[in-house]
Design a protein around this ligand. Structure first.
Ligand SMILES: [Fe+2]
Ligand SMILES: [Fe+2]
Length: 218
């Protein structure tokens, strides 16, 4: 029986995912670090999932949609082979059979998609161009937008300082490279930060960083 984990979206959560124990999944060769999840095995969840080399996942339908970014290794399914930095959205009702020849690690969000958001998204973030951000030193790569939800990668050059801002609809960040910071703390690569709707901060990065950011979904 799995209990709810970090499902109160009015609370801020900061987790250095590198320090979370790997937990066995129902499938051999597939382990996960749970970040948030509701109690049911097939329910809403945000996790880091690791596929051992040569592992196969059972074919499945995405009842609530699946969104992920490949952190390392190569994730494969019948639609293609996805190297590190690939951003994927499989909409509600889609299906596939994942596998990984060499092994891989992904950051994945399940059961968090609007069923009318039917876009299949595959973006190689390693080759997509960056757009200038709101302040000097900041670059943005929009990945997806639906309703109030926005997903992007944001790159911070060393020494970049952003203005204080409020998160309407919340903000979720995964630090992909470097160290992200704000007045509350310093967040190295692998840190997951979920900030509730209405929260504020003034972020910056002394050494530079690249972050995955989702807003407007909480
Ligand atoms: Fe899937
Ligand atoms: Fe923010």
């Amino acid at each position: 029986m799995t209990r709810d984990l970090n499902m109160d979206f009015s609370k801020k959560v900061v987790i250095n995912t590198n320090t979370v124990e790997w937990a066995a999944s129902p499938l051999a060769g597939v382990q996960r670090r749970m970040l948030d999840r509701d109690g049911a095995e097939s329910g809403r969840a945000t996790s880091i999932v690791r596929f051992d080399p040569g592992s196969y996942f059972t074919p499945h339908v995405h009842g609530g949609g699946e969104e992920f970014i490949v952190l390392d290794g190569v994730f494969s399914d019948e639609h293609g082979d996805f190297p590190p930095g690939t951003y994927v959205r499989n909409p509600v009702g889609s299906e596939h059979q994942p596998s990984s020849k060499q092994g891989c690690t992904i950051f994945v969000k399940l059961w968090q998609m609007d069923e009318t958001d039917q876009d299949f998204v595959r973006i190689d973030t390693g080759s997509k161009p960056w757009a200038p951000g709101l302040v000097e030193g900041l670059s943005v790569m929009p990945l997806h937008q639906f309703g109030t939800e926005h997903v992007a990668l944001v790159n911070w050059q060393p020494g970049t300082v952003f203005q204080r801002h409020a998160h309407m609809g919340g903000e979720e960040i995964l630090v992909l490279e470097g160290t992200f910071e704000d007045e509350h703390g310093s967040y190295p690569k692998g840190t997951w930060i979920r900030s509730p709707s209405g929260s504020t901060h003034k972020p910056f990065s002394r050494e530079g960083c690249t972050i995955y950011v989702k807003t407007g979904h909480l």
